[in-house]
Design a protein around this ligand. Structure first.
Ligand code: AMO
Length: 439
């Protein structure tokens, strides 16, 4: 019978229970991971956020009523166990708990829609349908602990370097990025869209005198295609810095990446081990490959690519076969980059844009921006867009806009690089893709 009250408080998480606690009375709380009744002895594995503790109930040591209660417990029910720590060479972690009292806080329904042990592999769709159960598995929750640590270290890095966190609107009037479609929404009596990128707002903040800003927030992209690397809602880590050029912000980006990798390696040892990842921290600086050289590399792998084209999936794969770690692709053709990207002074057909790649995956893109009003208007027109629909943005360029540069890095793609998972959906608690809007 489950209880409505909750008077016992946990004294230890599983990973805090060590042989040094031998003989001490403790309270643990969590889910019943597995229960094995061998007649004279019942083994119960209790799982909490950090690990698994074995509760051992020999009929000779445990009082009769309690023993019967343990035998009747159901997998995945939520329980509190009060018991004595006992050193045991055979138990996981070298300790087991001899129970004195067990409270059922909530009983689980059986059968479960999804197995919560890591032994049984299920299809990703089945797992995502029952994501709350899927996340109980430590190999799944480890990805999110790593993502959380990565985001923490990114924030710390920005703060240390004098960046101010901003929050920009996600309900917007117009597009910023070419290529992907927008999600239209009804905004009272008119049409609006979900923001694809904080691009225009972070640039306007440069005219506001904030100098160095960052934002970590959702972006919405109406990608029609269903791939292992695209989401319809993703988290973008965005940065913009005034009085800087593209090279300055590339240095910042590579430093931030290395800093995050070091930090995750140091603080997520258990999670990386659970995932079987030996995280490599690359040397700085990352290699810079010009767009023209990248095209030649792609062609050298037998994948046809003309100068002036964007990287196709086949081209990315070809590069991934040659490049093993992180590298930049620089000097992209101006024509295939958005209107806000500055062209090179030496050759206007080339832009001051860059992408950061990890093997065959684009993780970030950025650029030096156009800060001169008339050139920006010209570029908007060249893209077939109407400058009138950008008038509030353009106004920020007429009254003292400093030169500036910035980038956007996909938090999920970066998490893929760190954890080694191949499907981007693995890095989102409740992913939004072409077919999925629930849970
Ligand atoms: P871009 O469109 O290249 O650039 O996006 C920047 C980074 O965001 C991530 N990303 C995505 N991740 C998952 N699913 C998607 N559909 C998706 N779309 C983008 C990628 C990508 O590299 N405004 C510019 C950035 C800038 O110049 O500051 C922009 O949005 O990791």
């Amino acid at each position: 019978m489950a209880e409505t009250g909750h008077e016992c408080m946990r004294t230890h998480y599983s990973k805090e229970i060590t042989p040094e606690l031998n003989g001490e009375e403790i309270i643990i709380q969590g889910w019943i991971h597995e229960i094995r009744d061998l007649g004279g002895i019942v083994f119960l594995l209790l799982r909490d956020r950090d690990g698994i503790t074995q509760v051992t109930a020999p009929s000779k040591k445990v009082e009769g009523e309690l023993f019967k209660q343990i035998q009747g417990l159901k997998k995945e029910s939520v329980i509190t166990v009060r018991g004595i720590v006992q050193e045991s060479a055979k138990a996981p972690g070298g300790v087991e708990i001899i129970p004195i009292m067990i409270r059922v806080l909530n009983e689980s329904k059986l059968p479960l829609p999804l197995d919560t042990t890591e032994k049984v592999r299920a299809e990703i769709d089945t797992r995502l349908d029952s994501r709350f159960l899927d996340l109980r598995k430590h190999n799944v929750s480890s990805i999110f602990k790593i993502k959380s640590r990565m985001l923490h270290s990114v924030r710390m890095f920005f703060e240390k370097n004098g960046y101010i966190e901003i929050n920009t609107p996600k309900l917007v009037a117009s597009a910023t990025e070419g290529g992907t479609e927008l999600f239209p929404i009804t905004y009272f009596e008119r049409e609006a869209f979900l923001g694809q990128s904080p691009q225009l707002y972070k640039q306007m903040m440069m005219s506001s005198g904030f100098d160095k800003v960052y934002e970590i927030a959702p972006i919405f992209r109406a990608e029609e295609h269903d791939t292992l690397r695209h989401l319809n809602e993703a988290i973008s880590i965005d940065l913009e810095a005034a009085f800087c050029n593209h090279e300055d912000v590339m240095v910042l980006l590579e430093q931030m990446v290395v800093n995050a990798l070091k930090d995750v390696k140091e603080h997520c040892t258990q999670e990386l081990e659970t995932l079987g990842v030996d995280l490599e921290v690359p040397e700085l600086p990352f290699e810079r490959v010009s767009y023209d050289d990248a095209v030649d590399l792609v062609n050298s792998k037998g994948v046809a690519m003309h100068h002036g084209e964007d990287l196709s999936r086949a081209a990315e794969k070809a590069l991934g076969e040659i490049k093993d770690g992180y590298y930049f692709i620089t000097q992209w053709p101006t024509d295939i980059k958005p209107f806000y990207v500055m062209h090179s002074d030496e050759d206007p057909a080339k832009s001051c844009a860059f992408d950061l790649m990890y093997r065959d995956l684009e993780v970030s893109s950025g650029a030096k921006r156009v800060h001169l009003h008339d050139i920006l208007v010209e570029k908007i027109k060249n893209k077939g867009l109407n400058p009138d629909s950008f008038n509030r943005y353009l106004a920020a360029f007429e009254y003292g806009m400093p030169p500036h540069a910035g980038w956007g890095l996909g938090a999920e793609r970066f998490t893929m690089c760190i954890t080694g998972v191949h499907n981007i959906r693995e890095t989102v608690l409740f992913p939004r893709d072409r077919r999925r809007l629930t849970p």
